[in-house]
Design a protein around this ligand. Structure first.
Ligand SMILES: [Zn+2]
Ligand SMILES: [Zn+2]
Length: 477
């Protein structure tokens, strides 16, 4: 009979709502080698995420421990000393799923403790009541213009790609991310329809894709319009109208979660031919609460059944800007084929949204989008680029010039020799010129008058097709 050493368990519950922490402490000796010890702890009701970290002494003296976890109903995984488990995602190989309140157990396996040795362990278990996603990932720490795609689908909704035998099958998320990495994008938002299951794939893929930031997104797919939401794993109710659920209620949910919302392909038709394609909620929408509008959608640009012209989301967007709303114009490929049909325009990275951010992390990219520090490249990440500034202000910023004084804007076009650049003032083209150098900066002076205005820039190729456009610099907004 093994004489088991006594161990002390210290439990701390913090008075922070239902969130809290448990510390399970104890010691093991060589007599415990080769045995498991089950350590019970209580998970409070309302917990959405459980984080576990096991530390112990004596590692340098040969002690080895193994850790697993069981909830009140089922086994959730084993094999790591530090892990997280939530409703939607978990550290591989642990299983995500509902966090059932009640008695859970850590299974502490004592692989080895050398003779005459004692090791002290502490299992720290943290409970969160909110969606604490791993937003701390920083892939690059320097500020800069980062290129990405904000709208894409995998087999977690209706994304398909060719199987080994050449059949269309639900496309594994990995294929889409590989396609985005092959285009050298800096970030990709995976926005499957009304689901957050992709979050678990992101947790698995992000360590491998250490140059491509995967942004937590989804396409809120209502019966009369689609909107991307970036930056939350919370359930967002898409059942507008059910039990009086309104667009305002939905926007409350998004902003409580500190996420951003972007109306997608608003310029598509509304009606039975394409339910939910256009934005059928226009009359009910308080546009002061909308963060972004998709002004270029890759899926619609080519190969689609109604073939709208490129950049056709601009009139819907400018209508709201004219009403005084500072809403960021963005692009999204709406890729549904893991980049397989680049030749038909529906490829990840077509278009590319370029964001000035303080670093390459999810919070910084979302802050850059919110600030409007954004331009869109319709020909992808290697295509022509376009920058707009006025003094220290860049696109998205607001300036307050002296009334009736001249204001100088700088339009810088890159990689578009022979293209036509234009400056657009309050929705009207006030100046256009030909770009004849690879990198060309042109000053344009405007007398703005008092009041509220917006000034933005566009770039068209020699045939008149839109290839890049900037967000506005706002005047007196
Ligand atoms: Zn859509
Ligand atoms: Zn979509």
């Amino acid at each position: 009979m093994v004489n088991r050493p006594a161990f002390a368990a210290l439990v701390l519950l913090l008075a922070n709502g239902a969130a809290g922490q448990v510390l399970l402490k104890g010691s093991v000796t060589s007599r415990d080698s080769g045995q498991f010890r089950m350590l019970p702890f209580e998970v409070p009701a309302g917990t959405r995420r459980v984080d576990v970290q096991l530390t112990f002494t004596g590692r340098d003296q040969g002690t080895q421990l193994y850790l697993g976890i069981f909830d009140p109903i089922m086994y959730r995984g084993a094999g790591r000393l530090s892990f997280t488990i939530s409703e939607y995602d978990a550290t591989p190989p642990f299983a995500p799923g509902p966090i059932v309140p009640g008695t859970w157990h850590l299974a502490l396996g004592v692989v080895n403790v050398n003779p005459e040795r004692t090791s002290d362990y502490t299992a720290r278990i943290d409970f969160s009541t909110s969606d604490d996603r791993p937003t701390g990932i920083v892939l690059r720490s320097e500020p800069g213009w980062y290129k990405g795609d904000l709208h894409s689908h995998t087999g977690h909704s209706d994304g398909v790609c060719l199987s080994q035998a050449g059949k269309n099958v639900p496309c594994p998320a990995f294929k889409l991310v590989e396609a985005a990495a092959a285009r050298h994008l800096d970030f990709l938002a995976i926005t499957d329809h009304n689901t957050a299951v992709t979050l678990n794939s992101i947790r698995e893929m992000q360590p491998y894709f250490d140059r491509l930031l995967l942004i937590h997104g989804r396409e809120m797919t209502t019966l009369a319009g689609h909107a991307n939401v970036w930056g939350t794993a919370e359930f967002l109710d898409f059942r507008i109208g059910y039990r009086n659920w309104t667009i305002d209620d939905f926007l409350d949910q998004v902003h409580r979660a500190h996420a951003l919302v972007s109306i997608n392909h608003a310029y598509w038709p509304v009606g039975p031919a394409c339910p939910g394609c256009g934005w059928g909620w226009k009359e009910q929408t308080d546009f002061s609460r909308i963060d972004a509008i998709e002004i270029v959608n890759g899926y619609s640009e080519k190969g689609s059944w109604f073939q709208p012209p490129a950049g056709n989301g601009v009139p819907f967007w400018e209508e709201q800007i004219a009403l005084g709303h500072r809403i960021t114009g963005v692009g999204g490929s709406d890729d549904h084929r893991a980049g397989e049909q680049l030749d038909r325009g529906s490829g990840v990275g077509n278009p590319t949204t370029v964001v000035y951010a303080s670093q390459l992390s999810e919070p910084a990219i979302l802050a850059g989008i919110k600030a409007g520090h954004v331009f869109v490249q319709l020909r992808g990440p290697e295509g022509p680029a376009l920058y707009l500034s006025s003094g220290q202000a860049i696109m998205g910023d607001t300036i307050h010039p002296a009334a009736n004084g001249a204001v100088e804007f700088q339009v810088r076009a890159k990689d578009c020799t022979g293209c036509k650049a234009a400056l657009i003032f309050d929705g009207r083209t006030v100046k256009s010129w030909t770009v004849d150098r690879n990198v060309q900066s042109d000053p344009v002076s405007l007398t703005l008058g008092g009041g509220r205005h917006w000034v933005r820039a566009t770039l068209q190729d020699a045939a008149g097709s839109l290839v890049a456009l900037t967000n506005p610099i706002y005047v007196n907004y």
